[in-house]
Design a protein around this ligand. Structure first.
Ligand code: KIV
Length: 291
């Protein structure tokens, strides 16, 4: 009997979850094991984030350099492995800023070549027409405001946004404008809880918070951060649910030590040979290639 893969979570279900007050769970993933673990854990949405730049591709402290081609490979890998979770591809810096046409062309690549269900892009203002254009092309779109890492330099670094009353009102306006432009979901990153709460109450589309308090419609964390695979300073909003880098280091050190002292591989890891065949082999090999 074959087990059929789980059916994809229908996108309208996300807004229905908001209406029912059920939290939406999103996590980032960049490869097949990550996608499978997320699926098995019952995660609703997987974001193939451009955080990949920092957590898997080795670009130090910035998401800016990651390319379309890199993001397409990661998204395709995740989309092949995830059945039920909605897969969101993060559009990398430079793939949508130049024009609506560029944005639509690249969004289509994520859907057509990589199997993404939705795309995400950062910002409001000039990006509203990008969102409108992508949605008009039939691609469900996720907005992202607050701390927008692709433009962190312009924001003065990786800092909390919307801390003053004026800036907070600006975020509410941006959120409403993104919803009006057709976004189906909104990520709120590093904004004070009361601001995220106000936005969440005013929107009919779900909000997904990261460092935006408990009153968003859902939450997202970076896979490597929550599993303890990223090292160095972590933002205050990260909760570590495991310490996998310690476990991986311990395991690799044990492996290296056992290879060096000859403990690994043991007889249980080797393939035996039938005694008769072995004896015949020894005779045959010494005849064929005498020492
Ligand atoms: O790239 C990413 O992982 C993200 C999340 C932090 C929301 O954009």
């Amino acid at each position: 009997m074959s087990t059929l893969p789980a059916a994809k979570l229908p996108l309208p279900e996300l807004a229905a979850m908001k209406r029912r007050g059920e939290k939406i769970v999103m996590v980032t993933a960049y490869d097949m094991p990550g996608a499978r673990f997320a699926e098995d854990a019952g995660i609703d949405m997987i974001l193939v984030g451009d955080s990949a730049a920092m957590v898997v591709l080795g670009y130090e402290g910035t998401t800016v350099p990651v390319t379309m081609e890199e993001m397409l490979i990661l998204t395709r890998t995740v989309a092949r492995a995830a059945y039920r979770p909605v897969v969101v591809a993060d559009m990398p810096f430079g793939s949508y800023q130049v024009s609506d046409e560029d944005a639509v062309r690249n969004a289509i690549r994520f859907v057509k070549e990589a199997g993404a269900d939705m795309v995400k892009l950062e910002g409001a203002g000039p990006m509203l027409s990008r969102v409108r254009a992508i949605v008009d092309a039939g691609i469900p779109t996720v907005g992202h405001i607050g701390l927008t890492p692709q433009t962190a330099t312009a924001l003065g670094g990786f800092r909390t946004q919307g801390k003053s009353a004026d800036a907070a009102v600006g975020l509410v306006e941006d959120a409403l404008a993104l919803q009006a432009a057709g976004a189906s979901l909104l990520v709120l990153e590093a904004v004070p809880g009361p601001v995220a709460r106000e936005i969440t109450q005013r929107l009919t589309i779900p909000t997904i918070g990261i460092g935006a308090g408990a009153e968003c419609d859902g939450q997202v964390l970076v896979y490597h951060d929550l599993l303890g695979l990223s090292e160095g300073h972590l933002p205050r909003f990260v909760k570590r649910y495991a310490n996998l880098s310690r476990d991986i280091r311990d395991a690799l050190e044990a492996y290296a030590a056992e290879v060096r002292d000859g403990t690994f591989p043991g007889p249980e890891h080797a393939y035996a040979m039938d005694a008769e065949e072995r004896a015949a082999f020894e005779v045959a090999v010494s005849r064929a290639t005498p020492r």
